[in-house]
Write a protein that binds this ligand. Sequence first.
Ligand SMILES: Cc1cc2nc3c(=O)[nH]c(=O)nc-3n(C[C@H](O)[C@H](O)[C@H](O)COP(=O)(O)OP(=O)(O)OC[C@H]3O[C@@H](n4cnc5c(N)ncnc54)[C@H](O)[C@@H]3O)c2cc1C
Length: 503
Amino acid sequence: MWQQRADVVVIGTGVAGLVAALAAHRRGRTVMVLSKAVDTATFYAQGGIAVVLPDTDDSIDAHVADTIAAGAGLCDPGAVRSIVSDGYRAVIELVDSGARFDEDERGQWSLTREGGHSRRRIIHSGGDATGAEVQRALDHAAATLDIRRNHVALQVLQSGGAVTGVQVLNQDGLGIVHAPSVVLATGGLGHLYSATTNPEGSTGDGVALALWAGVPISDIEFIQFHPTMLYDGHAGGRRPLITEAVRGEGGILLDRQGNSVTAGVHPMGDLAPRDVVAAAIDARLRETGDPCAYLDARGIADFARRFPTVTAACNAAGIDPTSQPIPVVPGAHYSCGGVVADVHGRTEVPGLFAAGEVARTGMHGANRLASNSLLEGLVVGGRAGKAAARHAVDTGPTRAETGEVETRVALPRRKLQRAMSRYASVVRDADGLQRLTQELEAADPRDLDCRTSFEDVALTTTARAVTAAALSRNESRGCHHRSDFPETDPALARSQVLEAACC
Ligand SMILES: Cc1cc2nc3c(=O)[nH]c(=O)nc-3n(C[C@H](O)[C@H](O)[C@H](O)COP(=O)(O)OP(=O)(O)OC[C@H]3O[C@@H](n4cnc5c(N)ncnc54)[C@H](O)[C@@H]3O)c2cc1C
């Protein structure tokens, strides 16, 4: 078994991981960054970063209020204020790392508006290619760091209740990185479902790693389904996203017969909150039996220049968005909940930190406001890196026990994804969730001898957590819709916390 040592191990090379790694590195700590894949969700982000700029008509109070309204009663107001207030500083730090954002004719950052925001406060890059620019700038800034690709983190190791390192699988087999501080920045869990906007690596690993380490998770039933994922007849795997900004610029959602999908559903029509639009499309598709709805963007002037990423994705699927409606379906997009952590990324276990999409800081509550996740990744990623560096100094070097890899259980991936898509998708009910619980119980022991096996195990653990949380929330709130409990119950306006025993 190979062995390595670092002060801080960061798991993940998206926005949260690289910002954390850079922050710990700047504090003089030896940092090792692990990544199992090249792809990150960060790279694919389109719309932008929500941030309050000084000397505008915007305010921290307004951004906090919009975020809390979207979170449907479950945001932690203190966490929201703390993160939003630090946004501009974090964005400037990103600019110092080389990121560039689109400007208007006066040379000011061009601001756009997305669903749920009361002001124009979204900065973007390359039109709809913000994530690619954020990733480019951070990859460049982190180029001299010790980044290990094709390294899969299998388990967080502890002794006496504190972190001692990480068990890792790479091309040389099993190994251990001894470290007093470990930062989980593993992103989301979209591949719980057959079709998702998320990259291949979004398999809920961080949630599973945290649960196995004895760290609770929360708000995990709140999975945001984006209403407009490109549908090209191939239902599975990562599918391109058609950004909400297309509807913001005048694109309209229609069914195959040419009827509006959202008329009479919500006063904001096609620009209603994402969960409302996703549920409206889901209902219409169930009603008609059609495989997809359509986003008609033919009326948008200069479409290809404003939406180059969307145009390229459509063209690759043989669709010309300027001459035909774009076929779309709702798709698993974002995990609002995750590993319970504070706004500095600290979890209950000393030495274990979580930042980015994997973390539940209280920022998103029951529903994430568009473009708030890159913001959270930047702010909490940086703070987690600092806190991890400080913890490493306070603790000093550690020596992890070279234990056996634990045998864990997994359901075959396609089977799990089919069951989750059927029973725990945009709209759920108790019967379906109970059936899903039974299907997930049929998981078989699996050796953690390759990335795929590990991911299947992580998906199964995470699916059980999502199912347990969704089953016990007997109401509809935020992006959790229950057809058997369509109303929001004021008595349930609190987060559920799950421990490893649930799953
Ligand atoms: C198509 C799309 C568009 C989006 N648009 C926006 C937007 O406009 N604005 C916005 O704010 N948000 C947007 N989001 C959400 C946002 O992009 C993500 O929430 C955010 O980038 C997540 O960053 P992260 O650093 O937490 O994780 P990621 O960027 O997903 O990085 C996760 C990293 O963890 C690694 N990893 C995972 N598990 C392991 C393991 N076991 N071992 C080793 N490495 C591991 C992966 O390889 C990867 O490097 C979008 C998301 C998608 C998918």
